[in-house]
Design a protein around this ligand. Sequence first.
Ligand code: SF4
Length: 313
Amino acid sequence: MKCHYINCDGGAVIFREYEGRALCKRHFIRAIEQKVKSVIRKNNLIESGDSIAIALSGGKDSSVVLYLLKKFFGNRSDIKIFAMAVDEGIHPYRKETLEKAKEFCKKISVPLHIFSYEREYNVEIDKLMNSGKNKGQSACSFCGVFRRDVLNRKARELGANKLAIGHNLDDEVQGILMNYLKGDLLRLARMGAKTPIKYSDNFIVRIKPLREIPEREIALYALLRKLNFSLAECPYGHDSLRFEVRDFINNMENKHPTTKLSILRMYDKLQPFILKSLENDSKVNSCKICNEPTSGEICRKCQLLEFINGQEQ
Ligand code: SF4
């Protein structure tokens, strides 16, 4: 199959079902980079004076975010970029991905800061799950909360005003449907390319430069650019609701190739109305234990730590 562009003799590396065209390597890479630039521009994700922490897992998505932000902004003296990685205590998965993260940051000369749940909370996910102290709750229900906390807190302590995460189109659409399924309107309202409101001084704004790019295209881009990323998958991931939602959306996309983009576009149209409807409900407090932002009195992380540690008494 030939590239869609007239006067291009390149063989296609991908056929985009959702727009009915094939692209060669050169035009595919250009399309991805233009799309990311356009997401950054139209959502005002990055501005002069920003200090951006990039959450790096060592997998393809976060490696692509880091690579592109470095490529686009690495020469700007008014924008600072660094990477942060988290060791959740999941073996051997995390050891492998952290090695990749370290190698990649060294190769492209970006500082990397590594934090661990063990040091932060005296918790390791493997040990927690093996001890039975999770009481039937999934690893992700602890891990996701701890990760949000450590990334937000450490990004702030390191002077960042933005936290870039590698959410791609698939992640974003899964998140939208999951929040519907859980009936979580507040979380639903806070999705989008950039946290819509700065809820508290302690909260670092999250940005998602890849949110309009399908996961398989991120993987192809990372391969074509020969980025050094890990293919390892977390052993606990398959237990989560996210994976059921992912399979459902992928089945729909196979039958109706614009499904993911349609869900995203519809969400973007609805978001201002959802935000408006929550104007009086979206108050953010400081957690009475750790002082981090929370919608209640005690944040979810402190509740989970009490849940785990309470069982030791
Ligand atoms: Fe943590 Fe779940 Fe992600 Fe594994 S899949 S790293 S347990 S949030």
